[in-house]
Design a protein around this ligand. Structure first.
Ligand code: HAM
Length: 422
């Protein structure tokens, strides 16, 4: 029996990684533009981190974690998301004590959730995310949202919808929680088993239930927006004013609750509105988490961030038929004819590479025509033809494939000539 990849995971072959690199480079460039710096945390963490950080009553913690005991008996979990890890690192390394505040961090890496695999939902997926920790200024909420939108727009996506809500502060949430309990308790026996537990543990999660989504009690469930206290509703207004100032369009959706427990105040999601897009239309999500740093043993510091998965981003690119512009693979392909030329070719290829040029040559003894074809496939800018005659004279012909322009130069001058033109 052949061994294939585990369910819900995939191999990315060079045809695909080329696109991934364009995307990742775009994110890294945007991170520079928005002044965020990279953080890398371990792929696995102590299970307790996610229980406390993401929340014991969330689907992620209850049903989706890859948890295992290592040989030393430690309880570990493959990270299902990045925010809890970044918050842990922030506390552990006392980043709040550094001069540069807020800490503006980004990450790209694999996350793991045991979900039912379908289009846009895999068990290993790659998130790009940012976290800005140490500021409770509504302007930074708008910055994070702008960055999230830019992550798609910079790649050429257009059919996007930004959905916004506020989950309020602790006091507002408590008032809303009580209202939810009062509202749903009369229907308790009609709700699914999970929701019956949610009613006790975390009633907000009821609004996120996929089973009871169409139960009549969902329609007129109390809206968080009616329970925001003055501070929370002012904060929400301020965030919206900053978005207006940036001319970023949004729709307020009071039913948007997000699937993780750490959120306070701003919560948002970006959806694809493209026709060819699959059933899962959420491309990314994020929000503010003002209690998380404290819950993990740090000082009272507020944070906000968002994360997208590259897998869903690729679905959106396909749905909108966006072709990513890919850099040329090769600066020059060296075409070699005859045994004598092979040593000269090795030398030339080596010199060109030492000059930081992207170079390849034939290793299959192909005829000249086939070597030209290879140069074409690799999208090379130049070809150099190296046969016995060239070895004798020490002069080669450098041809620009696009313009057809040719120039004869000595071996030692090839690197300079190509460098001038690329
Ligand atoms: P999340 O909504 O759980 O939030 O995930 C963010 C994004 O990750 C989703 O919108 C989706 O693009 C992608 N994603 C999630 N699960 C899968 C999956 N099984 N397959 C493919 N893509 C998936 C978070 O993870 C928060 N940490 C975001 C955040 C950062 N909030 C504040 N800071």
């Amino acid at each position: 029996m052949n061994i294939n990849v585990p369910r819900g995971t995939e191999d990315l072959l060079p045809e695909q990684t080329k696109r991934w690199q364009v995307i990742e480079n775009t994110f890294k460039r945007l991170a520079e533009v928005y002044h965020y710096q990279e953080i890398r945390t371990p792929i696995f963490e102590r299970t307790e981190l996610f229980q406390r950080g993401v929340g014991d009553s969330t689907d992620i913690v209850q049903k989706e974690m890859y948890t295992f005991e290592d040989r030393g008996g430690r309880n570990l979990t493959l990270r299902p998301e990045g925010t809890a890890s970044v918050a842990r690192a922030y506390v552990q390394h006392k980043l709040h004590g550094k001069v540069d505040q807020p800490s503006k961090l980004y990450y790209i890496g694999p996350m793991f959730r045991y979900e039912r695999p379908q289009q846009g939902r895999t068990r290993q997926f790659t998130q790009f995310g940012i976290e800005a920790i140490g500021s409770a200024d509504p302007a930074i909420d708008a910055e994070v949202i702008a960055f999230a939108m830019d992550s798609y727009q910079a790649l050429g996506l257009k059919s996007l919808k930004l959905v916004l809500n506020s989950l309020g502060d602790k006091e507002s949430r408590e008032a809303h929680r009580q209202a939810l309990v009062n509202h749903f308790t009369p229907y308790k026996n009609e709700l699914c088993g999970d929701c019956q537990n949610r009613l006790e543990q975390n009633p907000l999660r009821l609004l996120d239930c996929k089973v009871d989504r169409d139960h009549p009690s969902m329609k007129n469930a109390p809206s968080i927006l009616e329970y925001l206290n003055d501070y929370s509703s002012n904060y929400f207004e301020e965030v919206k004013k900053h978005l207006d100032a940036m001319e970023i369009k949004y729709t307020v959706d009071e039913t948007l609750v997000r699937g993780l427990d750490y959120y306070t105040h701003t919560a948002f999601e970006i959806m694809s509105e493209s026709e060819g897009f699959g059933a899962i239309t959420t491309l990314s999500g994020g929000g503010r988490y003002n209690g998380l740093i404290q819950d993990l043993g740090g000082p009272e510091m507020s944070g906000i961030g968002f994360a997208l998965s590259i897998e869903r981003l690729l679905m959106a690119l396909d749905a909108e038929k966006v072709e990513l512009e890919q850099p040329k693979e090769l600066d020059c392909f060296v075409i070699t004819l005859g045994d004598e030329a092979k040593y000269a070719s090795s030398k030339l290829v080596n010199t060109l590479r030492k000059n930081n040029l992207k170079i390849d040559q034939d290793y299959l003894g192909k005829k000249m025509k086939a070597q030209f074809k290879a140069a074409d496939r690799y999208n090379a800018k130049f070809v150099v033809i190296l046969g016995e005659e060239e070895v004798q004279s020490g002069v080669v012909n450098v041809k620009n494939i696009e313009t057809g322009e040719e120039q004869s130069v000595e071996f030692d001058d090839v690197a300079r000539l190509i460098k001038e033109r690329v």
